[in-house]
Design a binder for this molecule. Structure first.
Ligand code: DAH
Length: 339
């Protein structure tokens, strides 16, 4: 039995030297020390020994077992250490490598222009008003002096939902909502989407954006309107910008004008941006028609007001020299990144 124990010890020593994973070491532990293990088998057989031999063999068996246990924990510690070293090499972080830059989005040019306009008018004491995009004919047309059958309706091809309900063709509808709900002094802007049954081309889109402005108070004059628009034009197109009011007709303002700004690209001599005109049309405006005031229970003998409607796409096109309006809606990142 002594020889057997010596054999076991030698065999184990050779095997443990080759074990190179914690699992392999654990298998050896079971094989040698487990219930059906080699050492256990020897201990079981001790009953057959003489009384003198038994303690001697018992002692050797215990020594071999202690040897095996010692070797196993040593080996496990060694493997653990190795694994740690390997992982330190494997998982090294090179802190000198350049970092990954997150991709930053940017404002859409239409939002950018519209935010700037809002900021400007809020700075002048205006409040922001909202109105529905699905609108009654009354607010979009009738209350604005465009009764059924009025020829000026033809200039705004309209998406009708029913005879009386439509997608608003202009933010001017918000003027009526505001005046119905608020007594002067009124000073609001209302940016938003409008819809017209136009085919998409370089200058038309069935959906686009306007920013409406309305001021009603005692003693408001066309001079106030012009001064306000001058501030607006300089802010949006640069300090040297001039404006020009061309007489025009809008049914809900009297007098009415279309407003051009001198081209920022050429200062007025004509270039690609202004298509050789020197001027770029940016908005419509006028003094609120007395009938419109009256319809909203505001006495035109006591109060007067001005209104304006700015095309946001048109402003962004003029501002950035964009010649095709469709680019705003195609959302090609190469285009959007430039703003
Ligand atoms: N609503 C007009 C349009 O879409 C623009 C406009 C003109 C608005 C004159 C106004 C205004 O407030 O006074 O063509």
């Amino acid at each position: 039995m002594k020889e057997k124990l010596a054999e076991i010890k030698n065999a184990f020593t050779a095997r443990i030297a080759e074990a190179d994973t914690p699992v392999a070491v654990d298998n050896l532990r079971v094989e040698y020390l487990g219930k059906k293990g080699e050492i256990t088998a020897v201990l079981r057989g001790m009953g057959a020994l003489s009384a003198e031999e038994r303690p001697i063999v018992g002692q050797i068996a215990n020594e071999v077992r202690a040897y095996i246990e010692g070797m196993i924990s040593e080996k496990l510690a060694e493997l653990k250490e190795k694994e740690l070293e390997a992982s330190l090499v494997r998982d090294t972080v090179d802190v000198t490598m350049p970092g990954k830059k997150p991709v930053n989005g940017s404002f859409h040019p239409l939002n950018k222009v519209s935010e700037e306009m809002k900021e400007l008018f809020i700075g002048m004491g205006y409040e922001i008003a909202e109105g529905p995009e699905v609108e009654y004919d009354y607010y979009n047309f009738e209350a604005l002096n465009l009764p059924e059958g009025h020829p000026a309706r033809d200039t705004q091809d309209t998406f009708y939902i029913t005879d009386k309900i439509l997608l608003r063709t202009q933010t001017s509808s918000v003027q009526i909502h505001v005046m119905e709900n608020k007594k002067p002094p009124i000073r609001i802007i209302s940016p938003g989407k409008v819809y017209r049954a136009d085919n998409l081309d370089a200058t038309h889109s069935p959906i686009f954006h306007q920013l409406e402005g309305l001021v009603v108070d005692k003693g408001v004059t066309m001079g106030d309107l012009k001064g306000t628009l001058e501030v607006y034009a300089k802010k949006m197109f640069g300090e040297n910008t001039k404006i020009r009011l061309r007489p025009h007709h809008f049914p809900f303002t009297e007098p009415s004008a279309e407003v051009d700004v001198s081209c920022w690209g050429c200062g007025g001599v004509g270039c690609r941006i202004c298509k050789g005109e020197g001027w770029i049309e940016v908005l419509g405006c006028g003094m609120v028609h007395p009938d419109v005031l009256r319809r909203c229970n505001i006495d035109p003998d006591e109060y007067s007001g001005f209104a304006f409607g700015i095309g946001i796409e048109r402003t962004a096109m003029a501002r950035y020299g964009v010649s095709d309006l469709r680019q705003f809606f195609e959302n090609d990142v190469r285009f959007l990144e430039q703003f």
